[in-house]
Write a protein that binds this ligand. Sequence first.
Ligand code: UT7
Length: 333
Amino acid sequence: MKRTTGVKIKGIGRCVPELVATNEDYAKIVDTSDEWITQRTGIKTRHISNGEPNFFLGAKAAKEALAEAGISADELGLIICATCTPDYYTPSEACLIQRELGAAGFPCIDINCACSGFVYGVDMARRYLACDDMKYVLVVATEELSKFVDYEDRSTCILFGDAAAAVVLEKQDDTLFSSFTAADGSGAPFLAARALLTINPFRAEEDTYDMRMPEPHRHYLLQEGKEVYKFATNALPLAVSKACEKAEIAPAELDAVIPHQANVRIIETAAKKLGVSMDKMVLNIRDYGNTSSASIPNAFYDGVKSGRIKRGDKVCFVGFGGGLTYGAVVLEY
Ligand code: UT7
């Protein structure tokens, strides 16, 4: 095992909306059943926004993480907010969260790497911290997928929920740390939600540019489930293997793997490929569904709070999603 300069997770926090939608609730709005959803995905319930904005969830998770870290928001050097469901194009979620924390005077950045956002965020935080001009970085992943889920499309609406989770990170010398992040833009059409259209008084009436994307005029999240499934079952084990290779440890030596919570079957297939037993995989998809970038820190939060993950454990965060993006981080908790 290689030791290097990495990050220490000083505090974690989480916030989910109180409103819960069960499989039975979905069976009332689309042609589905608890049996189908449970067998094909492992999901039973998701938490859904009852009108609370995305930044509100993120700020609450951030406050808990700061309290656990024992630092004030003024001591932060940077906020990185991972989200693909922001409340505004501008200001960023990170700026809104900073405002809610009552702090100012340091940079705030949003990153959109879909479900890999938390992994990318931790990787970026470590690189910022390495420059030694800031002491703490807050990484918040906050998502409200309910904003762009098509509640008439049974193959996608049953999958997604809303959640936020956050970590306060500090530079740590002589520790376990490695990261691997990647993307393959050729898979962009497989998971897409349209932003605003280019409408202005000067443009031609007809679109002249081939977007090479599905249904470009609808803002709903569109997913080629089978394509994403295929991608995920390769990307997940590949990312873990690459990050473990850099850290010079075998995947089987990890104490816990916290994967993006998209589908239990994806995680089972990936665990088999990696030679990692399922009891090392930390799962809470049953209760929250897929919450994009928030799903990894949300599962990590449950793992820590239940005592399943302890200080000193060698853990791996691994994500995959829209972009298509993927990546993994290996660190000592
Ligand atoms: O975070 C982003 C990453 N996203 C993912 O990782 C998602 C990856 N993909 C998946 O998890 C799976 O592909 C799904 C869960 C989305 C779908 O599961 P599947 O086993 O691939 O089902 P399928 O698409 O092959 O559909 C099988 C059948 C179809 O009916 P027919 O054509 O066989 O009659 C679907 O119409 O299941 C039907 N179906 C449903 N039936 C009941 C699709 N959705 C539902 C539903 N309830 N909700």
